[in-house]
Design a protein around this ligand. Structure first.
Ligand code: NZQ
Ligand code: ZN
Length: 391
């Protein structure tokens, strides 16, 4: 296990009714609040009215219409509002897109140049307005990390940025706010939680027993609770476990002591930058094919451990058989959640494979199994038809 420093300043207020903390939290920073949200789900489920009621003493300014795969244009608008109205605190109410966008708004409010600079070069982020969020979708883990992923559709770039000052000051995580998340976004959110866990778990660092067991626990929670929540969208226990799993999957706990480059996320960010698809739909399509591509003598033991610990497949002499069964179970899990499982189902053809692979390959040289351009194309081609292909 490598050395690490674990330092997360975010306060998490978890559970039903925690929104009552909001006025006190906002009051620490002032009265001028930029309220940010997406396409209107918070108006339909009553959260918007609740926030307005609780903050009736504040001066509220609003930025609405933040899209999934949030655009740099929204960041620019938000930053301009912050500067114009001398905003004291940004309040993001929504899923990962709204919160990510708001993180970069908070940083851009303290930056003189164009917001896109901060996405391309995180070292330029020196300061940020305080950010408080109310999470409404269990997926990204953004509620307890510094990351923010922003898209520039003009240049077909979807890039992550982040800095310590972008940690939310506080995150209100009330599982009841996720009761209204539709079937497809619930499934995708869970695929995102699982992908974050896989990106970290499939790593060569030895001796990270604690982190491995935590990661497996998160995966087990996803596998256990997703089918329940798809049948019973207002099952509190299931929504609560998925919500906490989403936070734990990407707040560093499973990653501490083992650094490593990710694989499916950079490839998926290409797909969403070119085709504006739902982030974790791309991940669900890629993940089993990536696993199958990665299966080799150097990785088979870890895949067998995944098979045994997560899917309860008994150890046997043939570790490859165990690994393949686990990969196929992973694929089938997403099928059972009714996720699209091929690229043509999300209107992606082979036209840009070459270009996307060329652009992403330099970021995959230090991945669990390093991939070059041809390997990325091979994985994308495997995603064109149902099922899993071994190479
Ligand atoms: O826009 P509204 O109307 O709110 O609707 C949203 C949106 O259409 C809807 N939704 C959210 N909460 C809801 C709800 N509908 C009904 N009831 C609710 N309670 O769901 C749709 C998707 O929302 P979005 O915020 O886009 O989803 P998600 O949380 O999955 O965020 C995805 C974004 O996060 C980035 C992704 O790349 C993508 O841009 N990521 C951020 C990460 C991070 N900051 O650490 C890591 C991730 O790997 C990921 O890349
Ligand atoms: Zn993700």
């Amino acid at each position: 296990m490598q050395n690490f420093t674990y330092d997360i300043p975010t306060k998490v207020f978890f559970g039903e009714g925690q929104i009552e903390q909001l006025p006190g939290l906002i009051a620490k920073f002032g009265k001028r609040v930029l309220l940010t949200y997406g396409g209107g789900s918070i108006k339909r489920n009553g959260l918007y009215d609740k926030v307005k009621e609780l903050l009736s003493d504040c001066e509220l300014y609003e930025l609405s219409g933040i899209d999934p795969n949030p655009r740099i244009e929204s960041v620019r608008q938000g930053a301009a509002l912050c500067k114009e109205h001398q905003i004291d605190v940004v309040l993001a109410v929504g899923g990962g897109s709204t919160i990510d966008c708001s993180k970069v708004i908070a940083a851009s409010a303290k930056y003189d140049g164009d917001a896109w600079d901060l996405v391309q070069d995180s070292s330029l982020i020196k300061d940020a307005l305080p950010l408080i969020d109310i999470l409404t979708l269990s997926a990204t883990g953004t509620e307890m990390n510094t990351g923010a992923v922003i898209t520039n559709f003009e240049t077909k770039d979807k890039s992550g940025t982040g800095a310590y000052v972008m940690y939310p000051y506080a995150s209100i995580c009330d599982p009841t706010y996720t009761f209204t998340v539709p079937h497809n976004q619930t499934a995708a959110g869970t695929a995102d939680i699982m992908s974050h866990t896989f990106e970290i778990y499939f790593n060569h660092e030895p001796g990270v027993f604690v982190q491995d067991r935590m990661a497996e626990g998160i995966l087990e929670a996803c596998i256990h609770y997703l089918p329940i929540v798809l049948k019973e969208p207002d099952n509190y226990e299931a929504r609560a476990n998925l919500m906490w799993a989403s936070t734990l999957a990407l707040n560093g706990l499973t990653r501490m002591g083992r650094n490593g480059a990710w694989t499916c996320h950079p490839i998926e960010h290409m797909l969403s930058a070119y085709y504006d698809i739902t982030h974790a739909v791309g991940l669900a399509i890629l993940t089993p094919r990536w696993m199958a591509y990665c299966l080799n003598d150097a990785t088979v033991e870890r895949f067998a451990m995944y098979a045994n610990r997560v899917w309860k497949i008994a150890y046997q002499d043939d570790l490859y058989a165990m690994a393949k069964e686990a990969i196929e179970k992973t694929y089938q899990f997403f099928v059972d959640a009714e996720m699209p499982m091929t690229l043509p189902e999300v209107a992606i053809d082979t036209e840009h494979f070459d270009e996307m692979a060329e652009r992403v390959a330099p970021r995959l040289t230090k991945s669990y199994v390093p991939l070059d351009k041809d390997a990325v194309i091979a994985i994308l081609e495997d995603c064109m038809t149902p099922g899993v292909t071994y190479h």
